[in-house]
Design a protein around this ligand. Sequence first.
Ligand code: MN
Length: 334
Amino acid sequence: MKVQIFDTTLRDGEQAPGNTMEPEEKLLIAKNLERIGVDIVEAGFPASSAEDFLGCKLIGENLQKSIVCGLARCNEKDIDSVYNALKNAHNPAIHIFAPTSDLHIEKKLNLDRASVLNLIKKSISHSRRYFKTIYFGLEDAVRSDKDFLCEVIEVISEFKTDCIIFADTIGYSQPEEIGSFVKHFIDKFPKEKFGVHCHNDLGLATANTLSAIKNGVRHVQVTVNGIGERAGNTSLEEIITAIIARKDYYSDVSVAIDTKGIMEISHLVYKTVGREASFEKPIVGVNAFRHEAGIHIDGIMKETKTYELVDPKLFGVKKKFVFGRHSGKQDKLK
Ligand code: MN
């Protein structure tokens, strides 16, 4: 079954310090996301600023194939703002979210569980006036009480939304833990489609997202280069490559992304935020397919698979040999 790719480079990615993008820049990235086959482009949080509203509007009106979605908290003003930004979009959708952990409910919102349930009902009802496609995100889900989450999911499932997303908002989960966490709800609510939204505070966003996929989620929220709040979100390119490189292990799922477009969009996103990939960044870093060690070069010349997980041709790039101190008998190799 296909894993739905929900890209939030232009929302969660963009909202981190140093990542501010102009509406036209966001549109260019969105067009590239559509070109590589991303299912859903989260264009922004229109209630947050006039620029974000304009970015969402531009993207919604220009993309033809991908679903374009805007973020809203559980209030009418945010929901109306997504509607107004996307009312002329070809494939509009809304991503509403509510916190479900007691910590967030009590300390952040000064509310209780019952009022959150009520807010969820009211916001989905209100969104239904405008939107056929609704994604519902559960903020800090992994630190929430499981029984309360069941109550939340029961309420949401009455509205037949398109996906319920468990967020690991602060990068708290461990891979096995999030795997059994999602499985608990997938077993309990077999008709619902579930997704995950992970953060990389412990360098585990990719591992956690893959563990969730292995345990049955079919919607993942990712960003190009893993940009996003604090240590970032799950990297789109890492998830796609893992599923392709280890199709023996992820045999139940597939992805429909044009991998040859990944390098270009990665460079575009880095250029837009004014940075470059670290040398070691999986897939898109300068050293990802570059080799200097003599033993490795020798192995690769005999058989690429000796030292490369995937053939760089998958991304339309060429492997590079860098001859230096570590290359050994350089004359022979040249
Ligand atoms: Mn997030």
